[in-house]
Design a protein around this ligand. Structure first.
Ligand SMILES: Cc1ncc(COP(=O)(O)O)c(C=O)c1O
Length: 446
């Protein structure tokens, strides 16, 4: 496996692009990232012609892998033939919004934007305006994009922005809490629930390990927020139209948030975001309300077409059955491997998401309970040891994961997200053979 072309490209990129990349996680691959020449089904081929089974999937949007279904490509092409965009509304925006609200009970209306970051930023602004309050609860280790309210670290009175360039005043209004900390949330709401505009959380922490909710966690948040007039924002940028099929994670967990943010899958691989929810809240946005939100590219016709046709295709085929079944095959296979060679490690994930977490402590797991990934079951032998929040994932062997394990997987022809934190994604293009080949690679690398 040579990588001369990638090295030369990286050399050029270091001069032309900040840090050689346009999103920092891509530079996490050492000594330098491989550059992709093209995708092919569930595979990517790099600039030197090396082929990898791809479990990065563009960090989530690629429900179909790298070959869009024919009807999706056909619709995109005919859309392009009619012009790229207009700065005036098109029918396809309405159709995609109708599709989402038809399938997701908590949604009547949608505002499309261009990224998950835009979606969560606008959702927080809307929640603050709707409630007339400033404070927002975020999950420690939760990621909601490059936005000031959620880029915070610390806890209690010591919350600071986690990036330079964000005024401390933003962090003064953010309250980081531990995912799954039911008692902590009860105490927080008792003390100051009436000051809190919103709680923003992913249904499943997908950017910081994969951490599943403990039974009752989301129900508690739903009750507390409802009781205190706080909006519950579910960030379904990863889970939307991936976990729980067409209803997303809110169907899977049977929770109706007040606001939902989307991105990734709903754009069919093109840049997208959305804020969705009941009309009584959504109409706070301009032009019906006063919460400013606008975008030259928002509701872009090509993106809307790709998203709509991708979701329609999924509604008519066995797409979710396929990817979820492969997810289970993967997690169960991984569980067998860690049981044999690294019993302190954990397997996490749900539906088409999976991850092996290099946790440090714990007994050999109880196979019957978490063979298909950790479910935060208090009766499980590993319950005390598997990650239940972002901090637990930080405490794992993150260097071993990144510096030794990731390169070993690459040598085996498997492309994983480059650190212990980001989920792995299975697409409709993956086959059982791809999963079995990847499992063999895991067996070798672990
Ligand atoms: C849960 C979640 N929210 C928001 C974002 C930000 O989305 P984007 O990268 O499209 O701005 C991400 C990105 O990975 C995400 O995973």
């Amino acid at each position: 496996m040579t990588d001369d072309q990638s090295r030369d490209l990286y050399d050029r990129a270091l001069s032309a692009l900040v840090g050689g990349v346009n999103s920092p996680v891509r530079a996490g691959i050492r000594p330098y990232p491989f550059f992709v020449r093209r995708g092919d089904g569930a595979h990517v081929i790099d600039a030197d012609g090396n082929r990898y089974i791809d479990f990065v999937g563009g960090y989530g949007p690629l429900l179909y892998g790298h070959d869009l279904p024919e009807p999706v490509i056909g619709s995109i092409q005919s859309r392009l033939a009619d012009g790229v965009m207009y700065g005036a509304p098109t029918e396809v925006e309405v159709e995609l919004a109708e599709f989402i609200s038809r399938h997701v009970p908590s949604v009547d209306q949608v505002r499309f934007v261009n990224s998950g970051t835009e979606a969560t930023t606008a959702a927080v602004r809307l929640a603050r305006a709707h409630t007339g309050r400033d404070d927002v609860v975020v999950m420690a280790g939760g990621y909601h994009g490059a936005q000031p309210t959620t880029l915070v670290e610390g806890h209690g009175d010591e919350v600071t922005p986690s990036s330079p360039g964000i005024p401390k005043a933003f962090a003064d209004h953010s309250i980081p809490m531990r995912f799954n900390d039911v008692e902590g949330f009860k105490a927080l709401f008792e003390a100051r629930g009436d000051e809190i505009a919103a709680v923003i959380t992913e249904p499943v922490l997908g950017n910081h390990g994969i951490v599943m909710p403990e039974p009752g966690f989301h129900e508690t948040l739903r009750d507390l927020t409802e009781d205190h007039g706080t909006l519950l924002i579910w960030d379904e940028v990863i889970t939307g139209f991936r976990v729980g099929g067409l209803q997303g994670a809110q169907g899977h967990f049977n929770i109706e948030p007040d606001l939902t943010t989307y991105g990734k899958v709903i754009g069919g691989g093109f840049p997208v975001g959305a804020i969705a929810g009941p009309a009584r809240i959504l109409r706070g946005f301009t032009p019906t309300g006063e919460v400013f939100n606008a975008g030259t590219f928002s509701g872009h016709p090509v993106t809307m077409t790709a998203g709509l046709e991708s979701l329609r295709y999924a509604a008519e085929r066995d797409v979710y059955d396929h990817i979820d079944r492969l997810g289970t095959r993967m997690r169960e296979g991984l569980y067998d491997i860690i049981e044999e060679s690294a019993p302190t490690y954990s397997v996490a994930g749900v539906a088409s998401l999976f991850k092996v977490l290099f946790t440090r402590a714990g007994p050999t797991a109880d196979r019957d309970r978490c063979g298909d990934g950790c479910r935060q079951d208090p009766d499980c032998a590993k319950y005390e040891y598997c990650p239940s929040d972002g901090g637990d994932v930080d405490d794992g062997e993150t260097d071993r994961w990144e510096r030794l394990f990731w390169p070993a997987m690459k040598d085996e022809g498997i492309f994983l997200t480059p650190n212990q934190f980001e989920a792995q994604f299975i697409s409709y293009a993956h086959t059982e053979d791809d999963i079995d080949t990847a499992l063999e690679a895991y067996r070798t690398a672990i």
